[in-house]
Design a protein. Structure first.
Length: 236
């Protein structure tokens, strides 16, 4: 009996020793895990204290990358439109050839003040004339009429026959023609009468009939021949 009891006790002790070892091993593992968790939390807290701030969420749950920077509104290069008055002013002083803004009055004054012969001043005004707005052309016609000699009237012929000019400017040029000597007037009346769309075409033909006392209709060669005969018989 004593031997049996001793044997049972040995087995019991052996079993107890194995269980104790197992419990100790499990306890050690739990301790290691807990230490690891604590170290992990400590590391995160340390990183947080180094300057990195948690990223807050917006009301909609979206994460803002940098909430301290206010959102920027994109800008575009917008040019405000000029007012109608500005457009009108620009159009009235725009040089069609260069696109630059020109003070026409100053240009005309500069030409008129130049130390040159009248015919040379008139030529410069004629060269400037097509580039100018209609209201300025009307003013310049008066200067050209006073400065351009009859002998140089050929410089003005292309403008007198221009059907694109305003009615006022065309009329002023025609009135200037009527004040020229007959050797300039009559040949030019024939040329104007040839242009049906010219505002002075009909009046030019009427004046030819008055001077020559004949009507050749649209036979412009006959008109030109009769003018030559008339001028030969009635020199200036």
């Amino acid at each position: 009996m004593a031997g049996e009891t001793s044997g049972h006790n040995g087995v019991y002790l052996s079993v107890m020793s194995s269980k104790t070892k197992g419990i100790a091993f499990v306890s050690l593992a739990v301790v290691i895990v807990c230490v690891g968790i604590l170290l992990g939390r400590s590391g995160r807290n340390g990183a947080s204290g180094s300057g990195t701030q948690p990223v807050p969420e917006s009301d909609g749950g979206a994460v803002e990358s940098n909430p301290s920077v206010a959102p920027q509104t994109p800008t575009t290069n917008k040019t405000s439109k000029p007012s109608p008055a500005e457009v009108t002013a620009l159009a009235s002083t725009n040089n069609p050839e260069t696109g630059s803004v020109t003070n026409w009055d100053d240009q005309v004054d500069e030409i008129l003040r130049a130390e040159a012969e009248d015919k040379e001043i008139a030529k410069k005004l004629i060269a400037l004339f097509p580039k100018m707005p209609a209201d300025k052309q009307a003013d310049v016609v008066q200067h050209i009429s006073n400065l351009l000699p009859d002998e140089n009237y050929s410089e003005l012929e292309s403008l007198v026959r221009d059907t694109s000019l305003s009615e006022e400017v065309s009329h002023l040029l025609f009135m200037d023609l009527l004040n020229r000597k007959t050797s300039v007037l009559l040949p030019e009346l024939v040329e104007l009468a040839k242009i049906p769309q010219h505002p002075s075409a009909e009046e030019s033909k009427d004046l030819l009939e008055l001077y020559l006392e004949q009507d050749f209709g649209t036979d412009w060669n006959a008109w030109s021949q009769k003018v030559k005969e008339y001028l030969a018989a009635n020199p200036d």
